[in-house]
Ligand binder design. Structure first.
Ligand code: ZN
Length: 467
């Protein structure tokens, strides 16, 4: 008998964890951290619904923390088996997991300092040491679809999902599963990329499968139809006219590289003036190097720029500030320039230092290129607040505020249907995951309507038999 249970990434976009049990083997697909609402975050602290020591292996679809950052906790609780992922994912995890651990440790320290914890002293969810121990378990697999045995009678095949570098669709093949004992195949879409994203390839088509989990982040929305490159050119021109800096808060992995790629292209085409570009995030520099190094994931356009001996991720006058001193030196610069810095929602990281100086500057422009969650400084600026609190100071907002909605690393619902279309035969069952409840239901409806398949939005803790 084989079963699949949903322990995260259902009813929410965070905490992805899917447990597959087949013929005595237990494999966890994704090991994400819950984020956002308090009741979700508390799940990170509860005992996991399965014994970490009983798992034979973990399989990871991609490096984002909502799919991976529970791994050090799992290791802290006794898991010591192999963790399978693509090469790109393994490289990015070396940056993201220790960083996530540092945030956990800082949070515990903060709670202790302000006596905010019911537990004295407050312990972190995990430490940097736990993160390093998790990295030792990584085993890389090719993203060509070729299967790797991950546990007894269970093989995993990775294919390109086109979401961020290293992101994969994972097909699990379960020997002897099903009522007829012929074996069953379960496909996990992971996070599915937006078609025609720069740098990385479009998603590979789905392989034939018996069961499928498909993401539904944009199950009830479509992307902004304005071409993000056009929008970027427009905003850069306006910023230059105003004569001040253009600050773009952006996540260091993925979004920053995409922005650099677009700015370089616009410069080369003579569509924008050549401006100093300052990438101020220690993680962004390292992530850019990884994006450049993992050649097998590049799309044709990236390869053709490389073939012409140009660097696709470098603009004419670009500087990456790695050290604190380099970052401080950026404060002395004047005139039109582009500053890209993390975090993407202005909630922490070096971007807050820039925000403190740039928000009150009437000649400056701030451009938001990603989702701004409720309560974040980014959201307040975007919503038109006249003053915001930055580093314990009230900072007036006098700069111009712009937003580009079309940059997304996720397929919208029409693109998910486009991705599903080449599937040669209907799966027995499809589950819509990784979406808020309305989005997951809407995505299920779209698939039913277009293909007539059996589709459900599962709930937390649901367990289904793979008949
Ligand atoms: Zn993701």
């Amino acid at each position: 008998m084989a079963t699949l249970s949903f322990w995260g990434g259902v009813g929410t976009v965070t905490g992805s964890k899917y447990l597959v049990e087949s013929g005595g083997s237990r494999v966890l697909v994704d090991c994400g951290l819950f984020q956002g609402l308090r009741e979700l975050r508390e799940r990170n602290w509860e005992d996991p619904p399965f014994d970490p020591k009983s798992l034979d292996a973990v399989v990871i679809t991609h490096a984002h923390v909502d799919h991976t950052a529970y791994l050090p906790r799992l290791v802290r609780l006794g898991f010591g088996g192999p963790v399978f992922c693509s090469r790109g994912t393994a490289e990015l995890l070396k940056l993201l997991l220790p960083d996530s651990a540092r945030l956990q440790e800082e949070e515990a320290e903060y709670r202790n300092r302000h006596a905010l914890s019911r537990h004295q002293p407050a312990l972190p969810l995990y430490t940097e040491e736990d993160a390093r121990a998790s990295l030792k378990l990584l085993q890389t697999c090719p993203n060509t679809g070729e299967p790797t045995e991950v546990a007894g009678g269970v093989r995993a095949g990775f294919r390109v999902a086109g979401h961020i570098l290293g992101s994969s669709l994972v097909l699990l093949e379960l020997d002897g599963a099903g009522d007829d004992r012929k074996g069953r195949r379960v496909l996990f879409s992971g996070d599915l990329g937006h078609y025609d994203q720069p740098i990385i390839r479009d998603p590979d088509p789905p392989p034939p499968c018996d069961y499928m989990l498909v993401e539904s982040t944009y199950g009830d929305r479509l992307h902004d139809p304005e071409d993000p490159r056009e929008a970027l050119a427009r905003v850069i021109h306006l910023a230059v006219e105003r004569g001040g800096p253009l600050l773009i808060p952006a996540f260091a992995v993925g979004r920053t590289q995409e922005l650099i790629y677009h700015i370089r292209e616009l410069e080369e085409e003579g569509r924008i003036p050549s401006l100093p570009v300052r990438v101020d995030s220690p993680m962004a520099g390292a992530a850019t190097a990884i994006y450049h190094r993992i050649r097998e994931e590049h799309d044709e356009e990236y390869a053709s720029v490389l073939a012409e001996k140009r660097h696709p991720l470098r603009t004419r006058s670009m500087l990456t500030a790695s050290t604190r001193e380099e970052s401080k030196r950026l404060n002395e610069e004047r005139g039109p320039r582009i500053i890209i810095s993390a975090s993407g929602m202005m909630t922490g990281g070096r971007v807050v230092h820039h925000a403190r100086r740039i928000l009150p500057d009437a000649s400056a422009t701030v451009l938001f290129v990603g989702y701004q969650a409720a309560g974040t400084t980014g959201r307040k600026v975007l919503d038109g607040h006249r003053t915001v609190r930055v580093m314990k100071e009230d900072v007036p907002v006098r700069c111009h505020v712009e937003r580009i909605g079309g940059l997304s690393a996720h397929a919208d619902w029409q693109e998910v249907l486009r991705w599903l279309a080449p599937l040669p035969s209907a799966p027995r069952r499809v589950f819509t995951t990784h979406g808020e409840p309305e989005a997951a239901e809407a995505m299920a409806g779209h698939i039913r309507e277009k293909f007539g398949w059996r589709v459900d939005a599962p709930h937390y803790g649901q367990r289904v038999e793979l008949e």
